[in-house]
Design a binder for this molecule. Structure first.
Ligand SMILES: *Cc1c(COP(=O)(O)O)cnc(C)c1O
Ligand code: SF4
Length: 464
């Protein structure tokens, strides 16, 4: 056993405890202050492994993993930062702080892409709160005990659930409802267990959610996916934790039951895959018979360098992982700080893609998870004298929309689908013609949605 395979205990740091970390005293006061102030609004959690092994402290604050896990002053507009700083550090008025924090959070678009109202499925006429069913073949499951992470990413669109905006929280008390729902939906082939990070759970709890999916009457479930950032923030989960071997046995059990177990690993930066323990984690996952896919959003200040993406994908492929998606950062939270124009995202993707072997070109992107579906930017081209974005759906609420090329006027400043206008003088995108009436029905009806029987959410936008 090499040194880094000796068991280490997981040690998280939060706003309340970060001052105990050895690196804290070396942080310049201005950066410490930013952590104290901004972490009132956005969740802050890091851990000892991330601080000791992934962050280069000689390159603060520009180090990408520092930017990935530590809040910055620039994440709030200057006037807001100044006002909140004053409340937190000078006046120390908790009631006023709370009021301001709430106002800032509401301004930050806490639930993008219609997740809360449009994707919640129904079972016997009742909404099932821990599930999302947006695309026909895949159900997302949010186990209640997997709603935190080994560290928080500063850009994460799931921040509302980490700061306890309770009315916005997904929650699933049991897997019973999941199983009951899946029994009624033979069109579902994939269950994606997500969070938070489901691998924050111990193996026994995780098994409680996964094993029921292996039952013979759920034979239509072919793929069980687990979305996780543990591969980066706590690779010990797969190697040296006291139930790591049990976790591998659980993975093997899923595979032996004839299912594909797909670990959807979130990797933002090649630094996350450089430590020996992180590489061991990949090897162990793959040798259990599970597959490991790599996906991440493209984030300004964190992973803008095409060489970094190429290193990440190539290292992953060498270890046995499969590059999958590069996402465009969503329009929530401090998105003004993290967002890149779509044109720039396309350039970065293309530059990285051009340098890697075909084995790494399984990756697709840059892709926006928008209301109608996942839209990928295929290119920037001149057609009939007009400069346009060439786009298509990789996933859509209506399966007929998938892989149908469409075009938007080129706009160098656009950062999201809603900024784009149809090209060639058309008034609407093809998917708007079909869905607008339905979207407005859903919007007006509000709770009519909940009387809409057991129809899955994805059907609503497509049954014109
Ligand atoms: C991305 C995504 C999925 C899975 O899509 P694949 O393209 O099959 O990986 C499922 N549900 C939602 C809501 C998603 O955003
Ligand atoms: S690990 Fe995933 S869910 Fe957790 S904060 Fe990061 S992006 Fe969000």
């Amino acid at each position: 056993m090499s040194n880094d395979e000796l068991p280490v205990k997981f040690k998280p740091y939060t706003r309340q405890t970060i001052s105990q970390a050895p690196q804290w005293q070396q942080l310049p006061p201005k950066l410490r202050e930013a952590v104290q102030v901004v972490s009132r609004v956005l969740p802050f959690r890091t851990n000892q492994y991330v601080m000791n092994e992934l962050i280069d402290w000689t390159d603060i604050p520009n180090d990408p993993i520092y930017r990935l896990t530590f809040p910055h002053e620039d994440m709030l507009p200057p006037s807001e930062y100044a006002q909140l700083r004053n409340l937190v550090l000078e006046e120390k008025d908790e009631a006023a702080i709370e009021k301001m924090v709430r106002a800032i959070r509401m301004r930050m678009n806490p639930h993008p892409a219609g997740q809360m109202t449009h994707n919640v499925p129904f079972l016997d006429g009742q909404p099932v709160s821990g599930l999302q069913h947006k695309y026909k073949e895949t159900v997302l499951f949010f186990p209640s005990s997997g709603q935190t992470c080994h560290a928080y990413c500063t850009f994460c669109f799931r921040w509302p659930q980490f700061v306890g905006m309770d009315d916005l929280k997904f929650d699933a008390r049991e897997s019973n409802e999941l199983v009951a729902y899946l029994k009624q939906h033979p069109e579902v082939t994939d269950v994606l267990i997500t969070g938070g990070d489901p691998l924050i759970m111990n193996t026994r709890s995780l098994a409680g959610y996964i094993e029921p999916l292996l039952a013979p009457d759920l034979s239509h479930i072919q793929n069980i996916r687990i979305g996780t950032k543990s591969v980066s923030y706590w690779p010990q989960r797969f190697v040296t934790d006291k139930d790591s071997d049990d976790l591998m046995r659980l993975f093997e059990k899923v595979v032996a039951a004839g299912k594909n177990l797909a670990i959807m690993g979130h990797y933002n930066h090649p630094a996350e895959l450089r430590p020996a323990i992180a590489q061991r984690a990949v090897k162990r996952i793959v040798s259990s018979g599970a597959t490991l896919r790599m996906q991440a959003p493209l984030i300004r200040h964190i992973n803008e360098d095409p060489k970094g993406w190429a290193e990440l994908w190539t290292t992953g492929v060498r270890l046995g992982a499969i590059p999958y998606y590069m996402f465009v950062e969503r329009d929530t939270g401090p998105s003004h700080y993290f967002q890149l124009p779509l044109a720039k995202a396309y350039e970065i993707f293309q530059a990285a893609y051009q340098t890697v072997s075909g084995l790494a070109r399984t990756v697709r992107g840059p892709s926006m998870s928008a209301f109608p579906g996942k839209v990928v930017i295929d290119g920037i081209v001149d057609i009939r004298g007009e400069k346009v974005f060439a786009l298509q759906f990789l996933q859509a609420r209506n399966p007929n929309w998938v892989r149908r090329p469409f075009y938007a006027k080129f706009d160098p400043a656009a950062t999201w689908l809603h900024d784009l206008k149809p090209a060639f003088g058309e008034r609407k995108f093809f998917f708007e013609e079909e869905s607008m009436t339905n979207i407005s029905v859903v919007r007006h009806a509000g709770h009519a949605l909940s009387s809409a029987s057991t129809e899955p959410a994805y059907a609503i936008a497509s049954n014109a």
